[in-house]
Design a binder for this molecule. Structure first.
Ligand SMILES: NC(=O)c1ccc[n+]([C@@H]2O[C@H](COP(=O)([O-])OP(=O)(O)OC[C@H]3O[C@@H](n4cnc5c(N)ncnc54)[C@H](OP(=O)(O)O)[C@@H]3O)[C@@H](O)[C@H]2O)c1
Length: 290
């Protein structure tokens, strides 16, 4: 598969390295200092805070070429508009693997509705200078598959082909028939969580402030109640149904866990704040505008 990976941050670099190692024809599109660093050293990967750094020589480009079987986009929500303008002139199916609560039509309006697929990366990590420090997988996280779907929920040949290609490269992917609802559910949870962590100064600091955790849970519940579909996955209904005390205790335990400490939640940046703000706007937009 001839693949363009658009966006060379944490998720794009990890994905491009994995696909390159599996033998695919991958180009990783980067800009600015990241472009210079990648041209010099390739993608540099390390497990969480481990000392070993592995170098993967993925071909890096500044401008997209042509003839891609698939373009995967890994940028922040507020960075999508600029990318769409470029992609309007680059043929090929486009899989958006990012936080997006504004629906597929807003993307298709710029690049063509039939080109759009939606998904979400399930691996992640943080940038440490030029090194991508990725989350170590365990028996539980290995079972969490990257959801990918068509805007209309059908299982099409192109969707099956993409999922199969990712799987053969060792990336656990699955078809998701309600991908838009999945992304909106995720945003309903992630926006209050991310903003509360940012306000508190980190996940552990938030855990130590039970009132702030209660306030965050209240906002998550409001967001879930305002969705125009039931939450996807269904497990998110528990956040509305279970007693507040139980949920606050579980959220505080999670915020103190190594998982939270090693996640992007614990790496606040201007890009994270801007992404959460744009996602919040997307959640507030009336259904008719999506
Ligand atoms: N990191 C995680 O653990 C994780 C996990 C799950 C999901 N996600 C989600 O996945 C998405 C991608 O996250 P990420 O962590 O990979 O973000 P990131 O590390 O901030 O990477 C985004 C990359 O895209 C580049 N970019 C943005 N606009 C561009 C443009 N017009 N042309 C070229 N490059 C451009 C950025 O460059 P600049 O730095 O120059 O802006 C940056 O290198 C987000 O929606 C995020 O919330 C992240």
């Amino acid at each position: 598969m001839k693949l363009l990976v658009y966006g060379a941050g944490v998720c794009g670099s990890l994905f491009a390295a994995r696909m390159h190692q599996a033998g695919h024809d991958v180009s990783l599109l980067a800009r600015g200092e990241r472009l210079t660093a990648l041209r010099r050293q390739g993608v540099r990967l390390a497990e969480e805070d481990g000392p070993a750094v592995k170098r993967v020589p993925v071909p890096v480009i500044e401008h997209p070429g042509a003839g891609y079987d698939l373009i995967t986009v890994f940028v922040r929500t507020h960075q999508v508009d600029t990318v769409l303008e470029t992609l309007a002139g680059v043929p090929g199916d486009v899989l958006f693997l990012l936080n997006w609560a504004a629906g597929p039509q807003t993307l298709g309006a710029v690049i063509g509705q039939q080109r759009v697929l939606l998904g979400f990366p399930t691996t992640g990590g943080t940038m440490d200078g030029d090194v991508v420090r990725y989350r170590m997988s365990n028996v539980i996280t290995r079972r969490v598959a990257m959801p990918i779907g068509e805007p209309d929920g059908r299982t099409t040949p192109r969707l099956e082909r993409i999922v199969e290609t990712f799987r053969t490269a060792g990336i656990n992917a699955k078809t998701e028939p309600r991908m838009d609802a999945w992304l909106r559910t995720h945003a309903a949870f992630e926006v209050p969580l991310g903003q509360a962590i940012h306000a508190a100064g980190g996940p552990a600091a938030l855990a130590d402030t039970p009132d702030a955790v209660r306030g965050m849970l209240h906002l998550i519940r409001q967001n879930l109640a305002a969705l125009d579909t039931p939450p996807v996955p269904r497990a998110f209904t528990a956040l509305r149904a279970l007693p507040q005390g139980l949920l606050v205790a579980a959220l505080r335990r999670f915020l103190k866990s190594p998982t939270a400490a090693h996640s992007a939640l614990n790496a606040p940046s201007p890009a994270t704040a801007a992404e959460l703000e744009r996602l919040a706007e997307q959640l507030r937009a009336p259904a008719g505008t999506r």
